[in-house]
Design a protein around this ligand. Sequence first.
Ligand code: MN
Length: 497
Amino acid sequence: MIEYTQMEAWFLTGSQHLYGPETLRQVDRDSRAIVDGLNAAGTLPVKIVFKPALKTPEEIAAALRDAEASPSCIGVVTWMHTFSPAKMWIGGLSRLRKPLCHLNTQFNRDIPWSSMDMDFMNLNQSAHGDREFGYICARLKVRRKVVVGHWQQPAVQERIATWLRAAAAWSDSQSLKVARIGDNMRQVAVTEGDKVEAELRLGYSVNGFGIGDLIARVEAATDEQIDHLCDQYASSYDMADALAPLGPRHDSLREAARIEVGLRAFLEEGGFHAFTDTFEDLHGLAQLPGLATQRLMADGYGFGAEGDWKHAALVRSLKVMGHGLPGGSSFMEDYTYHLDPLAPAVLGAHMLEVCPSLAAARPSCEVHPLGIGGKSDPVRLVFDAATGPAVLASVIDMGSRFRMVVNVVDVVEPFEALPKLPVARALWKPRPALETAAAAWIYAGGAHHTAMSLALNPEHLEDFAVMAGIEYVLIDENTDLRQLRNELRWNDAAYDR
Ligand code: MN
């Protein structure tokens, strides 16, 4: 359900007629070589498409208008091989809404010391041509990413790849439909928010549905569909004995499968790629959807518990950004601290809904009581998360704006076995340290819910936040608490106008 093959980004090279047709032909040859080289490198997840050099305001406006109108174009990469007087770009750029990556590169990596002449100087001007372009972007407040370096360098290609992933998620977010089944958990603040502003700012639409709309699909599930899913479960997970076909709790597994059939049907019929539920409104459902939610997330759906539509959409965006990369993404919640001064760590989990794409090994499928909600015991997948660097991201509504808070963490193996904890979990050490990271997160107002990814780094999220024009607060190895508190104060001044 996530596909990059229909997407492309356009490579737009700025120039002007001053240099004559021979030089302009060379500009096109060089641009095409860069595009072919970038596509052949194998680093970029989305195809780059060459466009002939732009030499007039009319050509620039037309190219950007076409990019805006093209359903497959997710953004533009710009490069000024020669000097391209930037007043020519005002009309086009001021109407561009799609993401822009300004690549400040040069066709040749090195100065050709022995052969360099004035012809070379006339052709290879990006060191100053890209500054002229940078000025007009700054003047017009164009949201953009600037990447500097030689186009054949892996680090440069990696930064473009990161931007393309963010642009893919941004494109997805523009048509994303989030189904909100039930309202937010009563009295909870951070899961609230302005859904009109979210659609305006982030593109996705959030609409509510009564639990009855879901129940109708759950009740329509056939025995054949349920049998088929139970077979899938048995082949995918280590099944608890009680849930096996002749086990005493097999009915619970069949009920979980019935919910999955119904939930999938509901989401597919409505074209929803993200959803929420709430344990406070399960009227007609036998159990809180655990296994179904986990498996839908693994297939690429966004999910937020307790009506948390902002994190449902964010999980979906992380899924799109991380498509094809090693490491999964999931809904997550900071649950419990380990405050041993020698090894402080955070245990993250949720009641049930952690995506098995994070799992270090084959999950086990179990059934246990939930303790809240007053429903039957829900079936869930239990596992430890894989280890490695990860990002935790949260989007909150500050009233006047959305703020994205991101913390870089290192997921580690649990220090000891957790034989009685019946939920999937991840143990991590936040950067720079638990005390600083948690204080920074709390000062910033980040939610207890997050979207977690072992596939992404903070640059993916920063690029996405820039595309959305929302505030971005990063907590990582360089975070200094006093500096961060100042940054929050200054951001208030910058945004609350
Ligand atoms: Mn929760």
